[in-house]
Design a protein around this ligand. Structure first.
Ligand SMILES: Cc1cc2nc3c(=O)[nH]c(=O)nc-3n(C[C@H](O)[C@H](O)[C@H](O)COP(=O)(O)OP(=O)(O)OC[C@H]3O[C@@H](n4cnc5c(N)ncnc54)[C@H](O)[C@@H]3O)c2cc1C
Length: 513
């Protein structure tokens, strides 16, 4: 077997014959002696002529290309249960993995099924009605359902990404996610995928319970058997030998539960800042060096700058995307971004955030382990305090950096609306100062990025969890709490869809063991 690279102009999908000829060259055989050829990676190269670069595997006759087979789901109807609290990427992939291990997932989700959730998300956008259990963060599929569905993770240490990607394809994601360097699915496709995952889990004997918000977790022991009980808001009680806790970074009540019980928690650095929204046509012009043509993928960007020894970086960039209200309770303004599979809106948005550590906010020391959680909440509340609604305080980018009020604002994709505001005053000063320096520096990396045609909006604050639930690296259990497996973004060990899914798989593997 040989691996080789080949490039084609972006509008030219490589044909089987072209690949076979190149494969024959790589293997040193005639094209007709090539037994199999497969593209394993595709990446866009816009540095000169705009190309797709392909990594290709080829096998000569008598050889086989390695195939990946998703392990089989078992019928677990009569197997021992494992409670899975939270139906986001970590919880869903933990549940799927439990089926492979022959254990019965019983999934408890505070929110609604994805169809009912769509109705609540629509009324959040149109009527500004914040449902505390059904929104962009809570409900079937978790925070990943109405997102851009970017599927990259920087870490390979966490597990085999193929287990996640191949299952997503089996549930309806495009096969391109298996090869694209920057795979993404999109908000128009994700709900159906999430629903098929649930159908598969239930068909194999697992259980899904919506509207079951877990308020309490209690260790139980009857002398012979040890396990856990989950007590829900509606009064239902579920019990199992193990609990996988996958409640995400916005379930602040779960952190409060741990604190009330005296269970270990740690403060953890996170990142906070603004969302920047540019015309997508401008980003296309910059990234494709003026060679963009309709039909090419909407251009992405990733920016990072060190300011005072701290990283300021773009986060969750959504090409051709939309800004959405990611609040989970009334009285806050929180922004995030999503996009559809075609990424065809006229806007490009990204979080531009700076790393925040407990040392940055000494005034919050009195909140102990919740110092950064409280800081996050206060910034979100300050945004709401200005607008008294879900409207986002906003400014033109250059005005923001020059501390100058903006004269009118460009059109934005943010449906609840934007409010012309002195955003530079509403953000904590150290955050503002770092952003200001970074924005100017970004223009050196992407000429034209620093422009008053762009809007900055407050605030992007749910980048990752500001609290960690420490776990034993051997058992994966919460420290001192055998049988309780915190995982995903809420536990503070993952960030993003794929790394949370992989962490859920790790938790399921440990729980089944
Ligand atoms: C708008 C938006 C766009 C995003 N875009 C991307 C992207 O393109 N790519 C990417 O990698 N990441 C993206 N993210 C982040 C990504 O969605 C999260 O990192 C990921 O979903 C975390 O997975 P999780 O399973 O750990 O937690 P979550 O997805 O947060 O899921 C937690 C689940 O637990 C449930 N829950 C919480 N508390 C309880 C309780 N007490 N009882 C029962 N259930 C409970 C919640 O309702 C929720 O469904 C985006 C996030 C948002 C909000």
């Amino acid at each position: 077997m040989k691996e080789f690279e080949i490039a084609f102009p972006i509008r030219h999908e490589p044909f089987e014959a072209e690949l076979r000829t190149a494969a024959g060259r790589a293997l040193g055989v005639k094209p007709e002696r090539v037994a199999d050829v497969r593209i394993v990676r595709r990446s866009l190269d816009a540095r000169g002529e705009i190309l797709y670069r392909y990594r290709v595997q080829a096998a000569a006759q008598g050889e086989l290309l390695e195939a990946y087979h998703v392990p089989e789901y078992r019928d677990v109807t009569h197997s021992e249960p494992v409670l899975v609290v939270g139906g986001g990427p970590a919880g869903m992939f933990a549940a799927l993995h439990l089926l492979m291990e022959g254990r019965r997932p019983v999934l408890l989700e505070r929110g609604k099924d994805v169809h009912s959730r769509k109705v609540d998300v629509a009324s959040l956008n149109r009527q500004q009605a914040v449902h505390p259990d059904s929104n962009y963060c809570f409900g079937e599929g978790g925070a990943g359902t109405f997102s851009d569905g970017k599927l990259y993770t920087r870490s390979n240490k966490r597990g085999d990404l193929r287990e996640v990607l191949h299952q997503l394809v089996a549930f309806g994601a495009p096969e391109s996610i298996l090869v694209d360097a920057h795979p993404h699915i999109g908000s128009d496709s994700l709900p159906r995928i999430v629903e098929r995952i649930r159908e598969c889990i239930v068909a194999h004997g697992g259980e899904y319970h919506f509207g079951e918000k877990v308020l309490d977790l209690q260790p139980v022991s009857d002398g012979l058997h040890k396990g856990w009980k989950a007590v829900c808001e509606r009064g239902s009680v579920f019990a199992a030998p193990q609990v996988i806790l996958a409640t995400g970074h916005s379930a602040r009540d779960i952190y409060r539960l741990f604190a009330a019980k005296g269970w270990p928690l740690e403060a953890k650095g996170f990142a906070l800042g603004v969302r920047a929204e540019h015309p997508q046509s401008l980003i296309n012009r910059i990234q494709y060096h003026g060679k963009y043509q309709p039909g090419m993928p909407a251009a992405e960007y990733a920016l990072v700058e060190q300011v005072d020894g701290r990283g300021v970086f773009s986060f969750c960039m959504c090409p051709g995307g939309l800004l959405v209200p990611a609040v989970t309770q009334p009285g806050e303004v929180v922004l995030n971004g999503m996009s559809n599979s075609m990424r065809n809106s006229p806007w490009a948005n990204a979080g531009i955030v700076c790393a925040v550590d407990p040392g940055d906010v000494p005034a919050f020391d009195r909140y102990g382990v919740f110092a950064l959680l409280e800081f996050q909440h206060q910034v979100e509340s300050a945004m709401f305090g200005f607008s008294s609604s879900l409207q986002a305080p906003a400014q033109r980018l250059v005005d923001f950096c020059r501390k100058k009020p903006s004269q009118g604002l460009p059109k934005s994709s943010y449906q609840p609306g934007v409010l012309n505001a002195p955003l530079f005053e509403l953000l904590p000063e150290f955050v503002y100062e770092r952003l200001r320096v970074a924005f100017a520096a970004f223009d050196r990396k992407m000429k034209g990025y620093y422009t008053n045609d762009a809007l900055v909006l407050g605030t992007e604050s749910r980048t990752s969890s500001p609290v960690r639930i420490p776990r034993d690296p051997e058992t994966m259990c919460a420290m001192g709490l055998p049988g309780l497996y915190p995982c995903g973004e809420g536990a503070g060990y993952a960030g993003g869809i794929t790394s949370s899914a992989l962490d859920g798989i790790l938790a399921a593997t440990a729980a089944a063991r």
